[in-house]
Design a protein. Structure first.
Length: 233
């Protein structure tokens, strides 16, 4: 999923010279600053940017920020701590940019780097800190009517959260990552949500590697839609 590069703001674009394109590092730093600001409502410090990209010299980070400023993507105020304003980007705090994966990554999916594509959604739809989208594979959640290609929204969770019937994203070694939760006297019962899916009994819930819990899903309809024909009554 391609990222859209923000458009630098200029007072007279017709007469102003076109800025040089961003280098890969400048683009990654700008993406990181945008995501950090959306998550925290304030900008990362120069040292935080340096730690994120393994840059030990604060002078080098400042040079990257200066280049972004010269190219019209930032406005800097050297008299203020974290005195940077990003230009040309919608930074509405009512939405959050959620990382989106084709497959479940090895690292915690909510802690994505700037190279991972993101989808902005309203925070009220469940896009809290640590949320992620995961594209459903063939039959992954077929028993719930979720089809291949649908985007499943996951949020951080633990085995102890949610009622019976809630759906966890968990690595169990069974070949399925989506499981419906049930409880009995012996422990936690996890039912794989593929047709004919097996049940796994987890006696020690603390040992279960839970990635998150399913909060919802998103399906994009085709031009003609994918709903069944309506019947006139």
């Amino acid at each position: 999923m391609a990222r859209s590069e923000p458009t630098p703001q200029r007072s007279n674009p017709a007469s102003a010279p076109q800025p040089e394109p961003l280098t890969e590092m400048e683009r990654e730093i700008l993406d990181f600053m945008v995501q950090y600001l959306r998550a925290n409502t304030y900008q990362p410090s120069i040292r935080e940017i340096g730690r994120r990209f393994g840059i030990k010299s604060t002078k080098t980070v400042s040079e990257h920020l200066h280049a972004l400023s010269e190219k019209g993507f930032l406005e800097r105020d050297s008299a203020r701590s974290r005195g940077v304003r990003i230009l040309g980007v919608d930074l509405s705090t009512g939405s959050v940019a959620v990382p989106c994966y084709a497959e479940l990554p090895e690292h915690p999916p909510g802690a994505a780097g700037p190279d991972v594509p993101r989808i902005s959604i309203d925070r009220r739809l469940g896009g809290g800190e640590g949320s992620f989208f995961l594209r459903a594979g063939p039959g992954d959640l077929a028993v719930l009517g979720i089809e291949e290609g649908d985007l499943v929204l996951g949020s951080p969770g633990t085995p102890g959260e949610g009622e019976d019937g809630s759906v966890l994203v968990a690595r169990t070694g069974s070949g399925s990552i989506f499981h419906r939760v049930g409880r009995n006297g012996r422990g936690l019962s996890l039912e794989a949500l593929v047709p004919g899916g097996e049940r796994v009994l987890v006696e020690d819930a603390v040992s279960l590697e839970v990635v998150g819990r399913v909060a919802g899903f998103y399906r994009r309809l085709g031009e003609a839609g994918s709903l069944n024909p309506l019947t006139r009554h």
